[in-house]
Each structure stands twice: as C-alpha cells, then as structure tokens.
Write a protein that binds this ligand. Structure first.
Ligand code: CS2
Length: 489
C-alpha cells in the first residue's frame, strides 16, 4: 500500500498518523532545505502542534533550490507530503508515525515564480532554513558574503531570476513590501553559532547590493531569531524502507529515522507571529548563545572527533566508535579538557550531565549513524564546530592537543581517502578535490593543509600550534593504526 492521504485509515494500527483535517491547514511556513533533519525536527514538532493543539495556521510548504532536491520533491508529491518518521530507541524498539505537516513541495527548477509567490502569500509568516553550514555563502575566515559566486552574480543582475536562498528571500520580501504585507521572519535552523545573525548579515549584504531601499526595509522589518536545534538524524538506511514494506505493507519512498531525543531553543523575536511551540517544550529564550555554543562545541564537534579518526580506523558508525573505549575516552577528554573550558556556565544545565547524555545518545545501538555522514562537508563544519574552541584555548594557554590531532587526522583523511586497512572511504565534501590536492603536499610540506587561509585564517603562523600539528601529522602519516596514537594523546 502506498503512503498517501487516502490510505491513511488503512495503515497498520502500530503506525500513528495525522487525524486532523489536513485540507483545512494554512501554510504559515515556507521551509528551504527539506532534508532528513527538517523532517525529524521542525516538521515533527508542527505535526504535533496540528494534532494536539489545532494550530491550523502553521502548515509547511517545502522548497528545494537544488537539482539534488528533485528526489525528495518527487517522493513528497507522490505521497501527498506524507512520510514515516521512525524513532529508534536504545532498547531496540522503533516507534512509527506518519507526519502530515508538510502540505506541498516546490522545486526551483519547476518555476522560481511559484516559490516567490508562495513566500509572498499573506498566509506565509515564517521562512525557515536548513541549508547546511556550507549553504550560507560566506568566507569562513572573514565571515563576509561571497559575491564572487556565479549564481549570486546572476541574480544581482537579474532580480527576477532568483537562484540562491538570498535571491529568493529578497525577491519575496520585495513583493511583500510592494503589496503592503508584513515581512516574514527568517528562521535559520543550521548548526552555526548565531545562525540568525549570520543569515541577517548575509541577506542584508546581498539585498543592499541589489536594492538599498529594500535592504533598509528588511533591516527594520525582518526578524532573524537565533536558534539551537538538536536531533540526531542519520541518513535513511535502505533496510528501513524494506522493513516498512515487509512488516507493515507500507510503501514509503523516503522515510526518516531519528533518535528519541529532541531539543529546540529559539530566540523569541518574530516579525509576524509564531506557532505556540512552547506547548511542546520548545524553549523560547532572550539569548540562545550559551545553548548553541554548548551544542555545537560538544555535540557537533564531538561527532567529528569520533567520525574522522573513526573513518580512518575503519569504524562504520558512531555507535561503533563509542563501543571502542579508545575512541570514547578520546572524545570525552576532548570534551572535558578542551570544549568545556570555553563554555562557562550554561543557566539551567549541568554540563557534566549534558556530556553524559551525549555519550549515551552517541552510543544508541539502534541508531546506525554512519561516520561518512559525520565526515561529510567537514570543510564547512570544522571551521564552525572546532576552530573557535581551538583558537580560544590557544590564546588562553590551555590544552589544544585533541583539536590539533583532529585537524591532522582530517588532513590525512582528505589526502589518502582510505582507512588504515586500505579500504577506500566515501568522502563527501563540496571541496573534496581541492582538499585532496592541498593535503597531498603534506609529505613535502608538513603545514600545506593549514595554508588554506579561508578556512584556518592565520593559524599557520602560530608557531606553538604548528609544532604540535606537524608532529601529529607525522605520527598519523607513519603509524599503522590511528587508534594506537589516540590512546596516547
Ligand atoms: C552532525 C549533526 O552534521 C554533523 O556532523 O554533528 O548533523 C548532528 O547529528 C545534529 O546537529 C544533531 O542535532
């Protein structure tokens, strides 16, 4: 049986499903970047709000700007926006629920004007984003907008032909302004510290170059709340699709798997209203800084600290890394000795307990979160997840040995792209080729990788750091097993 609205009554009883009238729900949110994470997090929350609190103004229209979004577009269209969320508990049980909060999906390739119109519709009050850390189009080391991007150049010249998120946001805001409609909120949900501030800076830089009057209006009218989002959402394993078919006679082209844990902390500033998510435990706070910093520097960096050496060693998943005491110990020491000293106190949170809970979440044996997902797009992640911790500790004279080891491991990973056992690794990174080229010079110039100043700034000029880095690189390049080195760091 295909997953479709008309088949919902016939679903197996074990699968929860929307019982609200989906046809009556208005689209209050347009979301750009409908990956697994959006579907396990925001769309899940809004489905609950519709189901439990009748918040009928807050349905979602998904948007895909890239050709790579065609698959999700096709699946969601065939399934009336429905998909199955499979929550994987550590005791081995799975909970299944069909999510109904995504009402429609628009693909840019099928007509940019439909997307601009939807964003400019009076019902739309929020445009939210999960466009990944790399999607913001800034230079990692200067933080400034990258005007050189060819798509950006195109849309600056032709505002009616938007291509990037910036072209679409400004085109839609321009239309709202012209129509006398209130602005929408731009809500970033990516793992970037001050994600709202970053989004605002980028939107304004772009809009100012295109239309200064519009930029002033955006600066006055559009709220860009900072948010901290959290739910581990692995890439959907093909077995899950197969299991739904076999156990529940359900054909779902693209279900989502996730852990039970979920968290969302949002700054309470919205241009045109917001869903009453506090009813579901979402925290609305005046300042999200301590939460986002804690999450990015412990959870996201902790993931990379396991994932990159894990890939080199040959561990397939994060839970496999956690079952290896050398990896688990290395990560905890990184968290305790390097990340935690940069965090200060976080109101209402016991950092020791938070780290214990991260260990338990990473170790969930029912979640098979591949190290390749964690290592993917490290060129966008590590400058955000790891570098601030390293730089602050370097300046304060505190330990940097774990972060240094990780950067050296990343250089090796980018260069060799094989595990210690010689098995080729699946390297997914927009800059993979360039990274490999630079890293491959390491054997003649030990600091070659660090000379990528757009990622590392002037780190290569810091002698104390470079000494430790060069040593770590030498060790990793000559050792038979990265695991043995980790035990000794
Ligand atoms: C991961 C995140 O991308 C990564 O490397 O650390 O996707 C992480 O699983 C989520 O941020 C959890 O909320």
């Amino acid at each position: 049986m295909k997953l479709q609205q008309r088949n919902l009554p016939a679903l197996a009883p074990a699968i929860a499903r929307p019982t609200y009238n989906r046809a009556q729900v208005k689209t209050g949110i347009v979301h750009i970047g409908v990956g697994g994470f959006h579907r396990s997090h925001q769309a899940y929350y809004l489905n609950r709000l519709l189901e439990e609190h009748g918040a009928t103004e807050w349905g979602i229209c998904g948007v895909g700007l890239r050709e790579a979004d065609r698959n999700i577009s096709t699946v969601l269209k065939q399934q009336d926006g429905l998909y199955t969320l499979v929550t994987q508990h550590p005791d081995g049980t799975d909970k299944h629920e069909v999510i109904g909060s995504i009402q429609a999906f628009l693909l840019a390739a099928d007509g940019a004007e439909h997307i601009v119109d939807k964003m400019a519709h009076p019902d739309t009050r929020i445009v939210s984003l999960t466009i990944t850390e790399g999607g913001y189009n800034f230079n990692a080391s200067t933080g400034e907008f990258n005007f050189a991007h060819p798509d950006v150049q195109h849309e600056l010249a032709k505002p009616d032909e938007p291509k990037t998120v910036y072209g679409f946001l400004t085109a839609a805001l321009k239309k709202r302004r012209a129509n006398g409609l209130p602005a929408f909120t731009v809500m970033s949900c990516d793992n970037i510290q001050h994600n709202g501030d970053v989004a605002k800076k980028m939107v304004l830089a772009f809009a100012r170059t295109q239309d200064a009057g519009l930029a002033d209006w955006i600066a006055d009218e559009v709220c860009f709340p900072n948010t901290m989002v959290d739910r581990i959402t692995p890439v959907t394993p093909p077995e899950v699709i197969e299991r739904l078919r076999q156990e529940y006679d359900l054909e779902d082209g693209w279900p989502v798997v996730c852990e039970p844990f979920i968290q969302w902390v949002v700054e309470d500033k919205f241009s045109n209203g917001r869903p009453p998510l506090e009813a579901l435990g979402v925290q609305f706070v005046a300042d999200v800084t301590p939460y986002e910093k804690m999450k990015i520097r412990l959870l996201n960096a902790g993931h990379s600290v396991l994932g990159i050496p894990g890939a080199i060693h040959g561990h397939p998943t994060i839970d496999a890394c956690m079952r290896d005491e050398v990896f688990a110990g290395f990560m905890r020491r990184f968290m305790d000795e390097e990340a935690t000293p940069t965090l200060g106190t976080v109101a209402g949170i016991d950092l020791g307990q938070y780290k214990d809970s991260l260990e338990a979440r990473f170790a969930n044996p029912n979640i098979k979160d591949s190290v390749s997902r964690i290592c993917s797009e490290s060129s966008a992640k590590l400058p955000k997840f790891l570098l601030p911790t390293l730089l602050e500790n370097l300046a304060a004279g505190r330990s940097i040995k774990y972060a240094t080891f990780l950067l050296a491991a990343w250089c090796y990973y980018s260069d060799k792209q094989t595990s210690n056992a010689g098995v080729p690794l699946e390297v997914i990174d927009a800059r993979a080729e360039e990274l490999q080229q630079v890293a491959s010079k390491t054997e003649t110039d030990g600091l070659a990788f660090l000379r990528q100043t757009d990622m590392f700034g002037d780190l290569v000029e810091n002698e104390a750091f470079c000494r430790g880095y060069a040593e770590a690189v030498r060790a990793i390049y000559t050792a038979k097993s990265i695991r043995e080195l980790m035990a000794a760091v």
